[in-house]
Design a protein around this ligand. Structure first.
Ligand code: DAH
Length: 360
């Protein structure tokens, strides 16, 4: 082979061998094989040769070109393998690391219970609605058919606030979540299907009452929902929530100013030996208040009670949590005692759903 081709070969193969990265190989490729590269330049000189010379030198040039291309490809493959190795080393996850200590935090039973209730009603098509803790007297009482001087206001003795500038509707800390019924009906067109978990306030304090507690409210308004739907919906709920598929239920006539008829719902239990057991025995335990929304309440919200109807219900969240998880004293919910929270709290992976797994 001609001297110049030999030199070119040595230069190129040397540069390829020295290439430390794929980028260096590209430089060699351009310098040698590119449009202005050394092999290409030599190809251009073939035209000046005799046919025999051209044949021999052309073949030699092509062979050289193939050899250099193969060398570049081989080196590129080797460099890529090295780069991959480096990456695999650098991005390696050491699966032999010991398990980290379990997260310290716990989900408070109130949050967990709200999540469970919302999961169950959510699967029935309810959406969550919210309202303010500091309510107008109008939404908390008057619009719910509890006019001033109504005796029901006494049983809801609460925290009234000074009204700035002598405003017409005094502010109260809401005594129940029912005012969100009013707020929703005044701003949304039926069909309405809401669930309202939230804080509520009353002047009460003992083992089963706290001045700040939580309720969950439900409201269904459309043209056809009736007492049968109320019973079906709530029976389904308590059975899913307490995870007792055949939990006995009963509805007792009751009175609430904002429902007509009104009913309280009891679940079957036994108190044998002083121990409360849900689902067993012939005893009953009150769990919630409910009823068909009073036509006056529907009208107070600007809807026509001849066209729309539906049902509502409300229940205490702490009470439900105490029953389900065997927590004896309501006041302990608010004491922020870490030992209590470690005992009664939940882990982030205790995700509730309607298909079992609600209890532990
Ligand atoms: N708001 C009632 C209370 O706090 C509970 C209640 C009863 C809510 C009946 C309702 C209902 O929506 O229909 O005592």
């Amino acid at each position: 082979m001609d001297q110049d081709l030999n030199r070119l070969r040595d230069d190129a193969l040397g540069a390829i061998a020295r290439a430390a990265a794929v980028a260096d190989l590209n430089t060699v490729r351009v310098d040698v094989l590119g449009r202005k590269g050394r092999v290409t330049d030599l190809m251009k000189t073939l035209g000046a040769l005799t046919p025999d010379e051209r044949k021999a030198r052309g073949a030699a040039l092509n062979a050289l070109k193939d050899e250099i291309t193969a060398a570049i490809d081989a080196r590129a493959a080797a460099l890529e393998a090295v780069e991959l190795d480096h990456r695999l080393q650098a991005e390696r996850i050491d699966v032999t690391l010991p398990v980290r200590p379990q997260a310290e935090g716990r989900i408070h039973p109130i949050s967990q219970t709200i999540d469970e209730m919302v999961a169950i009603f959510g699967e029935m098509g309810f959406v969550v609605a919210e309202g303010p803790d500091v309510e107008d007297d109008f939404y908390n009482f008057t619009a719910l058919n509890i006019p001033p001087e109504h005796p029901a206001r006494q049983s809801h003795d609460t925290f009234y606030m000074q009204t700035p500038n002598g405003g017409a509707s005094p502010k109260v800390l809401r005594t129940h979540t029912s005012p969100v019924q009013i707020r929703t009906m005044m701003k949304e067109k039926p069909p309405i299907r809401i669930i309202v978990p939230g804080r509520t306030y009353r002047c009460d304090y003992d083992a089963t009452h706290s001045p700040n507690f939580h309720q969950i409210e439900g409201l269904v308004i459309d043209k056809t929902s009736h007492m049968g739907h109320l019973k079906g919906c709530l029976s389904e709920f308590v059975r899913a929530f307490f995870d007792v598929p055949d939990l006995p239920v009963r509805f007792r006539p009751s009175y609430f100013p904002f429902t007509e008829p009104s009913a309280e719902m009891d679940i079957g239990c036994s108190r044998a030996g002083g121990e409360l057991k849900l689902g067993a025995g012939g005893d009953w335990l009150e769990i919630l208040g409910s009823g068909m929304v009073h036509p006056k309440v529907i009208a107070n919200c600007g809807l026509d009670p001849a066209e729309y109807q539906g049902f509502a219900f409300g229940m205490g969240i702490e009470r439900a949590a105490m029953l389900k998880y065997g927590i004896p004293d309501l006041r302990t919910f608010y004491e922020a005692d870490l030992r209590w929270l470690r005992h009664y709290g939940f882990l982030g992976i205790d995700v509730p759903s309607m298909t079992g797994g609600l209890g532990r």
